[in-house]
Design a protein around this ligand. Structure first.
Ligand SMILES: Nc1ncnc2c1ncn2[C@@H]1O[C@H](COP(=O)(O)OP(=O)(O)O)[C@@H](O)[C@H]1O
Ligand SMILES: [Mg+2]
Length: 243
C-alpha cells in the first residue's frame, strides 16, 4: 500500500508589493505518496516554481499548510527546515546552479560535507554518484569545461548526494536549456534513477511525451492543482494547451 508522504491543504501564495498583489496559488490541495513520480504541468507563469519553492520550504505560503509525514512544515524553525531540506530534498534546476570554482567531484561532495559526512565518505559516495550519471571521466573538470548536458549530469549527481538517498527529488524544468536530444537523455536519466532508487519525484516540463512518463500528472491552472485523468493523456490538443 502507498504511504502518504506529502499533503498540501488549501495552499495560497500571493506576492504582495506596495503597488500590487498577485495571487499565484489560490487554494491548492493534493497528496503525494512515497515513490510517486509527479509531473507538474502548467503554462509559463502559472506558479509551478512558486509551488516547488513552497514545498521545499524555500518560501512560505500566505496561508494553507504543507505536511511531510503528517508534520506541518510551519511547525519547524527555519534551522529545522534548512536541515530537513539538506538531508531530504534533492534539487535539479534548469540552469544547473553549479559552483563554478569547484570541480564536478567537489560540487557533488559539497552537500555531503554540509550534512556532516567525512571527507573520505563524501568523496567515495560522490565518485559512485558521478559514475551513475556516466561522468567518471570528468570528476576533476570544472563546470566551464563541461557541456550543458554534462553540467546537468553533475547537478543530478549532486541532487542525489543524501544518505541513503533524497526522499524527494525536485526537478524544475531540468531540460529547459538543453537541446532536445540532450534533454531526452537527461530526462531518461532522472526518471531511471528515480525508479531505480524508488525516489518520490516532482518535475516540471514543457515536453508532453516526458510528462507521460510520470506516474501522476498534476495540472496547475488558475492557481489550483488538479490531477489529470489517464483519458486526458490521449487528448493531444487538450494537453498541448497546458504547457
Ligand atoms: N518573488 C516574486 N515576486 C513577485 N512575483 C513573483 C515572484 N516570483 C514569481 N512571481 C510571479 O508569480 C507568477 C508565477 O511565477 P512562477 O512560479 O515562476 O511560474 P512558472 O514557474 O509556472 O513559470 C508569475 O506571474 C511571476 O511573475
Ligand atoms: Mg518556473
Amino acid at each position: 500500500m502507498s504511504t502518504e508522504f506529502i499533503r498540501v491543504e488549501n495552499l495560497c501564495k500571493a506576492y504582495i508589493s506596495p503597488a500590487e498583489r498577485l495571487d499565484v496559488l489560490r487554494g491548492c490541495s493534493f497528496t503525494i505518496f512515497s515513490g510517486d513520480v509527479v509531473c507538474l504541468l502548467g503554462v509559463s507563469g502559472s506558479g509551478k516554481t512558486t509551488l516547488l519553492n513552497l514545498l521545499s520550504g524555500l518560501d512560505s505560503p500566505t496561508s494553507g499548510e504543507i505536511y511531510y509525514d503528517g508534520v506541518p512544515l510551519h511547525s519547524l524553525t527555519l534551522d529545522q527546515i534548512y536541515d530537513f531540506r539538506l538531508k531530504n530534498i534533492g534539487f535539479i534546476f534548469q540552469d544547473f546552479h553549479l559552483l563554478e570554482h569547484f570541480t564536478a567531484l567537489e560540487n557533488v561532495m559539497s552537500p555531503l560535507l554540509l550534512q556532516g559526512h567525512s571527507e573520505s565518505f563524501s568523496r567515495n559516495l560522490s565518485l559512485d554518484l558521478l559514475s551513475q550519471v556516466g561522468l567518471s571521466d570528468k570528476v576533476d573538470s570544472y563546470p566551464d569545461q563541461l557541456s550543458s548536458g554534462q553540467k546537468q549530469r553533475v547537478a543530478i549527481a549532486r541532487s542525489l548526494a543524501k544518505v541513503p538517498f533524497p526522499r524527494l527529488l525536485i526537478a524544475d524544468e531540468p531540460t529547459g536549456t538543453l537541446d532536445s536530444r540532450t534533454g531526452d537523455s537527461i530526462m531518461e536519466l532522472i526518471l531511471g534513477l528515480s525508479v531505480e532508487h524508488n525516489l518520490t519525484t516532482i518535475f516540471t516540463t514543457h515536453e508532453l511525451f516526458v510528462a507521460k512518463l510520470a506516474s501522476r500528472i498534476f495540472l496547475l491552472r488558475g492557481g489550483k492543482v488538479t490531477s489529470l485523468l489517464p483519458s486526458d493523456l490521449n487528448n493531444e490538443s487538450f494537453l498541448s494547451s497546458l504547457v
